[in-house]
Structure formats: structure tokens, C-alpha cells
Design a protein. Structure first.
Length: 256
């Protein structure tokens, strides 16, 4: 089998076969379940197809994506910054690690309640919940990645008296790039789920309220259509954003 054909099978056909298998399983389960609980895929796909031509779906999608992006950026900046400080001073790592464990292990609904108390209703609680879920992953990956850096390189940077900025941009961040790209996938995934869940209870617009509103009104088919759309968007973020960035970083590191 030629290399291009093998790459096509790996990147397109195999995931497609997996998706078709899931739809087949969905269809079989729907045949044995009440449509009020689990409709068949066809009406859900039709509902989603109709919704794609409405402004409301795209408006809700834009709001949710902006909240997810904001929470991810805040988590990335905060996690990397705290990770750099923790790697620089051992006492900072010992002080921050239990805090990150608490943040990561606390139930998402607890963060949502606190966020509503602190920030009120709106986009703020959704963003804060997304940050609380994603930041510990970035922090832990940053600390772990920095510990894997060759100590000889760090000693060389100290001997040549590299400025903190040069050391950061030419040594630390490039060494962390691949580790952070892997952590970013998980962080984006948990932020995506957390934001949508928080939106359902704290916001008036976005995919979360649209999903929750459909459930409250008993519109089961639109509920599944929104769930399918959320899953598709998550896959698009992963395969069109995270994977290309990871491949680019990997290729550039191998060129060095």
C-alpha cells in the first residue's frame, strides 16, 4: 500500500468508519427505545440540517466558541505562567500543587454555583468554569515538561548569562511546545464541556441554553440535534486546530 493511500486511510476513512459504526449502533438502539427518549438518527440529522440555515444556531455557536476561546486562553496563560514559577522555585510548586488538585477535583457544579455567586448571570460563570477545568491540566503539563529539559542546557544558559526573556523564548517555551500542544487538546476538550454545561444554567444565549431549553420544552429531536452539533464542533476543533498545530510543532522541532 502506497504511503499517500495509507495516510488517507488513517486520517479520513478509519475515523469515518468509526462514525458510521456509532450511527449504526444509535439506529439499532433507537429501534428498541421510545422516540421520546431516543429518536432515530434521520430526524435528528434533518433537524440539524434545517438549523444550519438559521441565524440562531450560528449566533449561539459564536457565543459559545467565544466563551470557550476566552476560558482556554486564560487557562493557557495562567497555567504556563504558574508552571514557570513553580519550576523556578520548589516552594512555589509545593504551595500550588495542592491548590491545583483541589481545583481539578472539585465538582464542576460547585464551581458553577460559586461563579454565579461571584459574577452573577451571563458569560462570566461559563468562562470561569472553563478556566477551572483547563488550567490545572496546563499547569501540570508545564511543570512536568520543564522537569524534562536537559539540565546541561539550563547550565549553559546560566554560564552565558542569557537574559530571562531570551531563556524563556529560545529555550523554555520551545522545549515545552510539544508537551503543551498535547495538554492543549485535553484542556480544550474539558473547557468545551464545562462552558456548555455552565451556559445552560447561567447564560441566556449560547449552545448550552439552547440545549437545556429544548429539554425543558420536551423537544427531544432538537435536543439531540444540538448534542450532535456540539460533538461535531468538538471534533472540528480537535482535528482542524489542535492536530495541525501539534504536527507543525513536531515538524519544526525535528528540523532544528
Amino acid at each position: 500500500m502506497s504511503l499517500p493511500l495509507r495516510a488517507l486511510l488513517s486520517t479520513v476513512l478509519r475515523p469515518l468508519l468509526g462514525a458510521l459504526g456509532l450511527f449504526g449502533l444509535w439506529w439499532l438502539l433507537a429501534l428498541t427505545t421510545s422516540p421520546a427518549i431516543l429518536p432515530t438518527p434521520w430526524p435528528v440529522l434533518m433537524q440539524l440540517g434545517d438549523a444550519l440555515f438559521t441565524a440562531q444556531l450560528w449566533q449561539d455557536t459564536g457565543i459559545t466558541l467565544s466563551n470557550v476561546l476566552a476560558s482556554f486562553v486564560f487557562a493557557l496563560i495562567g497555567g504556563v505562567t504558574l508552571g514557570l514559577l513553580a519550576a523556578r522555585q520548589e516552594w512555589i510548586e509545593k504551595a500550588l500543587h495542592p491548590l491545583m488538585v483541589v481545583v481539578e477535583s472539585a465538582p464542576t457544579i460547585a464551581w458553577l454555583v460559586l461563579a454565579i455567586l461571584w459574577l452573577g448571570l451571563g458569560a462570566g460563570p461559563a468562562i470561569l468554569v472553563g478556566v477551572s477545568m483547563a488550567l490545572p491540566l496546563i499547569f501540570i503539563a508545564t511543570v512536568h515538561g520543564l522537569k524534562q529539559i536537559d539540565t546541561g542546557l539550563l547550565d549553559m544558559a546560566r554560564i552565558y548569562r542569557l537574559s530571562p526573556w531570551t531563556k524563556l523564548t529560545r529555550l523554555l517555551l520551545p522545549s515545552l511546545a510539544l508537551t503543551l500542544a498535547g495538554a492543549a487538546s485535553g484542556a480544550l476538550s474539558v473547557a468545551w464541556r464545562g462552558v456548555i454545561m455552565a451556559e445552560a444554567f447561567s447564560a441566556s444565549a449560547g449552545l448550552g441554553p439552547a440545549l437545556w431549553g429544548g429539554y425543558l420544552y420536551g423537544d427531544i429531536v432538537p435536543v439531540y440535534a444540538h448534542i450532535l452539533w456540539i460533538i461535531l464542533l468538538g471534533l472540528l476543533l480537535e482535528y482542524l486546530v489542535i492536530h495541525p498545530i501539534r504536527r507543525l510543532i513536531h515538524a519544526r522541532l525535528h528540523q532544528r
